[in-house]
Structures are given as structure tokens and as C-alpha cells.
Design a protein around this ligand. Sequence first.
Ligand SMILES: [Cu+2]
Length: 145
Amino acid sequence: MKKLLFVIMLMSAATPAMAKNYTIRAVTDLKSTKHYYFSPDHLTIQPGDSVTFVNAQNAAHDVMFDDVPKELKDKAIVSPMLTKKGDRWSHTFTVAGSYHFHCHPHEALGMQGVLIVGHASLPGATRHVSHEEMERHMKAMPGSM
Ligand SMILES: [Cu+2]
């Protein structure tokens, strides 16, 4: 009996909950009232899940996380520019809380979204990430300009 229990414990340790991968499309639709938007623009995932941002048309979009849980102290989450249809960028989210992101070229046009990882952050538990900080992060990325 003890041996069986041990085997079951080993098996459950070897099969962690399957992390999921979600897709958010960066949409350009000049015929709609909102020309540029993320679809979906609100998404809830679990820690360990990843999100793939896909450029749905041939306009340039990127993804900048401008509000993130405070635990992400020295970390800026920024995609490279997705310049053409089908360009994609994935990120795995391990820290629970509320995230806000926008597309830099279309920030003024309201291209933005909210991502909840596990549960929403309490008020004051997130921090703003400046464009300067994101730029520094991008310059440090391998293969950046
Ligand atoms: Cu955009």
C-alpha cells in the first residue's frame, strides 16, 4: 500500500497541470469605427500560461506592457515590432496579477488591452512601466536594433 502511494505521488509530480497558450490578434480594420484593436482585449489566464500576439493584417503593431504586478521589478515586457501579417510574439506569464498593455504606434487611438493572470491585483499592487524603461529593455534584447 505504501509503495502504491509512492508511485502515485511520483506520477502526479511528473505531470504538472498543462499550461495553455492563448492567442490575441492585433487587428487592423479601417472599415470599423475602431480602426486598430486587440482581439480579445480582455483575457484571463493562469500563471504558467502563455499568450501569443499575432498580427492579423499588414499594419505594424507591437505590444508594450505599461502596467504590471510590482513583483516584476526590473522586467519590462515588450514585443518587437510585428510588421506584417502573421508576425507573432509569445510571452509566458508566471507572476499573478493585473497587466495592462498597448500598441505603441496606435496608443493614441486606444489600441490597448487587459490581461489578468490568476487573479486581479489589489489597488496599488501594480507599477507603471515607462517608455524609457521599455526602450532600455529593448536595446538589451538579443537581435535588437
Ligand atoms: Cu497597433
